[in-house]
Design a protein around this ligand. Structure first.
Ligand SMILES: [Zn+2]
Length: 447
């Protein structure tokens, strides 16, 4: 399958390619928010590091990638927003550490915090917080979700989804978006639903409330500015507050994306309250493919056959009628070639087992998946009858400018130095995320 993502190694190359390929948007400005994600210069390889000015210019305004986020000292907008919402956050103490070590944590059996990690609780006990989204309300319907992207080798996977006219919900990590903004744009351009999977992919219940806020805030605002909306080309816009002139309090808290998925599902009512104050609704899953485990040091015995069995378990349940009343949500990963190849392998079986496979927003009949911008999704009925496809109408704000400042680019990981389509599993793609954490953390110091 052909690569179809535009990349560039330096600013000079970028501008040359842009001048050659960009189409004109409003006011004659280049509308490369669309074209960037579809251009494939001959000879370019996936996962070559590149510099993208709109992100490069804004990087100093965001937390260090792959590190647990904190509110930036100079970010008065974020500080003001946090000050405005912190009074609504339940007084629940952090649990364990951000790497998921909960040794020594004493937690009551009656689950006072609705801590999903402990009990799989999805109905908050604190007042005023909506229940988590853990099912699809329509019968025999699968909510099709992928965590941990964007991944720089995802073109074959995205090409496959395109060939099937299948849209999915992609829960992107903010740090990954900073490194691979054009790959993130491909998801938008292809019509997938893009949601939040935090800034640095750590355990949220371990963080102080202000840091939980930062993990979500910078991912949401980054997505708004970095790639999912009309501010893509305007690094300066990323510094603007998300608040708009809105008529009532609830709307004042809205951020750009409506949904987030907590890494490892690790939330309690404190995390939920912070997300809710940012306009983010929690999405969880019932079926975990555990595809991420293959090749990871933390799961040394996990095999591809285990993952096959996990997929098959859900398919068997579907065939036994488990979803005849309400559908479900699967957790899979845009993490490495194996996880994406596994998704491709099982897609026909999922299609056979379920009546409908839909993005989360479509399954919930949400036709405006982002608070900002003009992206429109079909209703559930429109989607399943094929009468309308997901579409995103990108335009560039009138004052868009190309910046020409430069900075160094992160290096691709060893596991990402590959080209072309998704490969079958091999040892080098083991523990992509862990490798990325280490390599990008080092790279971040140069950004
Ligand atoms: Zn994840």
């Amino acid at each position: 399958m052909a690569s179809s993502t535009y990349r560039h190694r330096d600013m000079k190359t970028a501008l040359c390619v842009l001048s050659a390929f960009a189409v004109l948007g409003v006011n004659g400005l280049p509308d490369f928010s669309v074209t960037d994600a579809t251009i494939s210069p001959p000879g370019e390889k996936e996962c070559s590091a590149y510099y993208y000015a709109p992100v490069g210019n804004a990087v100093a305004s965001f937390p260090t990638i792959w590190q647990p986020a904190t509110i930036m000292p100079s970010d008065t907008n974020a500080q003001a927003k946090w000050e405005s919402i912190k009074q609504y956050i339940p007084d629940i103490a952090p649990k364990g550490n951000t790497d998921g070590n909960f040794d020594g944590v004493v937690y009551p059996a009656d689950d006072p915090d609705c801590w999903w990690t402990a009990t799989k609780c999805v109905t908050p006990k604190a007042q005023g917080i909506p229940a988590d989204i853990a099912i699809m309300p329509e019968p025999r319907t699968l909510g099709y979700g992928f965590d941990d992207g964007p991944n720089c080798t995802h073109n074959a996977f995205y090409d496959y989804l395109k060939s099937q006219n299948q849209k999915a919900t992609m829960f992107f990590i903010g740090s990954n978006v900073m490194n691979w903004p054009l790959e993130a744009q491909r998801a938008i351009t292809d019509g997938h639903e893009v949601c939040v999977h935090t800034w640095s992919h750590h355990y949220l219940t371990a963080m102080e409330s202000e840091d939980v806020f930062a993990e979500l805030y910078y991912t949401s605002s980054h997505q708004a500015c970095g790639w999912s909306h009309t501010n893509m080309l305007q690094g300066k816009e990323c510094l603007q507050p998300l608040d708009r002139n809105v008529p009532h309090l609830a709307d004042a808290f809205l951020s750009s994306n409506r949904f987030y998925q907590p890494p490892f599902g690790d939330i309690d009512d404190r995390v939920r309250a912070i997300a809710n104050a940012l306009g983010l609704r929690t999405v969880l899953w019932k079926y975990d493919s555990d595809d991420w485990q293959v090749g990871t040091p933390t799961s040394p015995t996990a095999t591809p056959q285990d993952i096959d069995a996990n997929y098959q378990r859900m398919i068997d349940d579907a065939q036994k009628g488990a979803f005849d009343t309400a559908g479900t949500i699967i957790l899979a990963h845009e993490l490495n070639d194996f996880t994406m190849q596994e998704a491709i392998k099982f897609y026909p079986k999922l299609k056979a087992a379920f009546a409908h496979i839909v993005p989360i927003a479509v399954g919930l009949n949400i036709t405006h998946p982002y608070v900002e911008g003009n992206t429109t999704f079909p209703t559930f009925e429109q989607y399943i009858t094929g009468s309308m496809t997901l579409s995103t109408n990108f335009t560039i704000a009138n004052n868009s400018v190309l910046s020409t400042s430069s900075s160094s680019s992160p290096s691709p990981t060893q596991s990402e130095k590959k080209s072309g389509s998704i490969r079958t599993l091999e040892s080098s793609n083991a523990s992509h995320l862990l490798l990325a954490l280490a390599v990008f953390a080092a790279a971040a110091a140069t950004l």
